[in-house]
Design a protein around this ligand. Structure first.
Ligand code: ADP
Ligand code: MG
Length: 693
């Protein structure tokens, strides 16, 4: 450990007597350093503060009792177990152990005094506790119970509460010896404004609150920790942003003539929102600092053409553009749009497809390396080692929420050449509520395309019970007869992907049987990427009328002829997710419909949730509601991608503090820059990673 290292960074491994197995298990819980233990908060508490007379305990009680051993023996009847009877004069209690050692038995001598905590139940001989927590105590201690509630920590297999309690206890002792570990970085005024306790007080309280502490005090203590955690995240992202701002980037400009020529060639006029966002981008890329801009726009708002404009600016400034889509199918779709829009202006557009091998691939790679290919479309494979750009000036990432923050950062590094960093444009259809944007995306500037192209009418959404399935099927038949296409979405059943896929297979078979004249296609998560894309392509080309799909339907796929979508069991999905799904329809002229077919009965809250979708098609309103109802993880798929992971902070509870988090971060950077590194290493798993770039 270096001298400058904060004391809490000491490894748990440096504590005496912690074995390799225990360390491994702690590691599974993300506990490596002493301070990780301090922030590993109890999931709940047990009240072991008062002794209950044995005669008074009832079945189902969790109770702390004390008594002397009357008899202990191994009983072979039924499942072999060690049974021990204790008494405190008010009654007798049987302790039963299915796992035990000979040593344990030999210590349970008649007369030995035990203190036990466990759940009482009716056993074979009378009231018993199975595997209670117990300890031998000597006569002197009799009668005195714990002073504080006993913490029960989130744990993992093989790691006992006793070990965790003792480790946390040792970590707290170290804090007594060294004030530095829980050093207070927050200004006193802030603590009083927010009415939250100092760090050291909060940590101690949470690991062993006195019975009378009350929920309110515990909540405030948690908020205290959450505040600091959010602060650390904010600091790490703003430092990173600062760092990026210092890097040089190529200046990209699009001349008036070419810009006009490009816009005039489009079969439509840009919306005011698209124009505004183009100006915001132009301002960014016209300077020698790398742009980091997130463009949010509801599905169908026309983000691609905005990206194409930016691409043209890069190309006009002698730079290349990399455009990354989350799937091959989308990359191909963008390739077609870009070719159509940019080739007439003399730009060579390339598509680096996964399926291209051998000579074709080598040729593409060469044209990229030599700078002949100006705009290059592809999936994340674009950033493999073998892909070398001659002069990359702009990176566009479509549907960013599919990529983690780290992938995003890696791209920047990858793009850096000759000391110049490419500009970055990130596009997403998932509306990110302001509160969340402040954290996970705090390194990005945000533009919003808050307007749909004219003539799009919102998707008409109806909520109906599955008892009307026949009717829905009949409607599909009419729909297809009129030459339109239909999506049928099967949703997650019992949280099992396999079952979801099976349900989709069964539904596809049933619909094929019921709708003889309709050509049915099926895509689900267990199919190979190639197979999925082939079916999607057939749907796109119109040779499939009805596409039965699980929720894997690719984001952003544009099939304007599909005007009806049926979503089964929508009550299982988040609102934002349903909104995304239904954005697949309503991309062409004419009315479009979404049928939310739920499994009755529907709870009152589910009714309200689905009602929101019927009433509004504003992605932001829906996302805000979803955030309130489900939390940020669900909304952004964060849990899967590992974008923002908090140990303690909880958006529902702590979201309201974000403005103060932001201003505190600014104040600390200005007046106490020395606080930054200790705070980052205290809270972030990868410590000072962002701070050191
Ligand atoms: P998204 O924002 O979901 O990525 P796209 O860029 O795929 O949306 O655009 C959806 C469709 O709308 C495309 O067919 C596109 O050509 C078309 N489009 C884009 N902008 C306009 C506009 N201003 N007027 C009419 N149609 C537009
Ligand atoms: Mg798109």
């Amino acid at each position: 450990m270096s001298l400058s290292e904060p004391p809490g960074n000491m490894k748990i491994a440096s504590l005496k007597g912690v074995g390799a197995k225990t360390l491994e298990r702690l590691g599974k819980l993300g506990l490596h350093k002493i301070q990780d233990l301090l922030f590993h908060l109890p999931a709940r508490y047990e009240d072991r503060t008062s002794l209950v007379p044995i005669g008074r305990i009832k079945q189902g009680d969790h109770a702390l009792v004390e008594g002397h051993v009357e008899v202990a023996d191994v009983i072979a009847k039924g499942r072999r177990s060690l049974v021990c009877r204790i008494s405190d004069g008010t009654g007798v209690l049987y302790l039963r152990f299915f796992h035990f050692t000979g040593d344990q038995l030999s210590r349970l001598k008649p007369g030995a005094i035990l203190r036990c905590y466990g759940e009482a139940r009716e056993g074979y001989y009378g009231t018993e506790m199975v595997h209670p927590d117990y300890e031998h105590i000597s006569g002197g201690e009799v009668g005195s119970a714990n002073q504080c509630l006993t913490p029960v920590y989130p744990s993992t297999e093989g790691l006992h509460q006793k070990s965790l309690r003792s480790l946390v206890g040792r970590a707290l002792e170290l804090c007594n010896e060294d004030e530095g570990i829980l050093h207070e970085w927050l200004p006193g005024e802030l603590l009083s404004t927010l009415a939250i306790p100092p760090l050291s007080e909060a940590v101690r309280l949470l690991h062993g609150p006195p019975v009378e502490a009350g929920l309110k005090r515990l909540e405030l203590a948690k908020q205290r920790l959450a505040f600091e955690e959010l602060l650390a995240h904010h600091l790490s992202v703003s430092r990173f942003r600062e760092h990026m701002r210092q890097q040089p980037a190529p200046i990209l400009r699009l001349g008036e003539t070419v810009s006009r020529q490009f816009l005039a060639s489009l079969p439509f006029a840009l919306t005011a929102a698209q124009n505004r966002v183009i100006h915001e981008i132009a301002d960014d890329i016209g300077t020698a600092k790398p742009m980091m801009r997130l463009v949010q726009g509801d599905v169908g708002s026309g983000k691609t053409v905005v990206a194409a404009w930016a691409a043209l600016a890069a190309l006009s400034s002698d730079c290349q553009v990399a455009f990354m889509a989350p799937t091959e199918l989308l990359a191909e779709q963008h390739f077609r749009s870009f070719s159509q829009w940019l080739e007439p202006l003399g730009v060579q557009v390339a598509y680096l497809a996964g399926k291209h091998k051998g000579q074709v691939r080598r040729d593409t790679l060469e044209s990229i390396a030599e700078g002949r290919a100006g705009a290059v479309l592809g999936t994340h494979a674009l950033f493999q080692e073998e892909v070398k750009f001659q002069r990359l000036g702009l990176v566009v990432i479509d549907e960013q929420h599919r990529f983690g923050v780290h992938q995003r950062l890696a791209l920047r590094e990858k793009g850096a050449r000759d000391g110049l960093y490419p500009h970055q444009l990130i596009m997403t259809a998932t509306p990110i509520p302001r509160t969340l944007a402040m954290l996970g995306y705090a390194d990005l500037d945000v533009s919003v395309i808050d307007e749909l192209p004219p003539g799009r009418s919102p998707v008409k959404t109806s909520v109906i019970p599955s008892t009307r399935r026949e009717e829905v099927i009949a409607r599909i038949s009419d729909w297809v007869k009129r030459g339109s296409q239909v999506y049928w979405v099967c949703t997650l059943i019992e949280e099992s992907e396999a079952m979801e896929c099976e349900a989709a297979e069964n539904t596809a078979a049933a619909l094929t049987g019921a709708l003889l004249e309709v050509r049915v296609g099926l895509v689900h998560g267990r199919m190979k990427q190639g197979e999925k894309e082939e079916v999607m392509a057939r749907f796109k080309s119109g040779s499939v009328d009805l596409l039965v799909a699980t929720t894997v339907i690719e984001v952003g796929v544009d099939v304007p002829n599909a005007g009806l979508m049926v979503i089964e069991n929508p009550e299982r999905l988040g609102l934002a997710q349903i909104h995304q799904l239904r954005g697949r329809v309503g991309r062409g002229p004419g009315d479009s419909f979404c049928v939310l077919m739920y499994q009755p009965p529907l709870t009152q809250s589910a009714k309200e949730r689905l009602g929101i979708l019927r009433e509004t098609s504003d992605g932001f309103v829906i996302a805000e509601k979803d955030l309130q109802l489900r939390g940020p993880g669900e909304l952004l798929g964060i849990r899967q991608t590992g974008q923002v992971q908090f140990r303690i902070a909880d958006f529902a509870r702590d979201g309201g503090m974000l403005d103060q988090v932001k201003s505190t971060a600014e104040a600390l950077l200005k007046h106490h820059p020395e606080a930054v590194v200790p705070l980052l290493s205290r809270w972030l798993a990868d410590g000072t990673r962002y701070a050191e770039v």
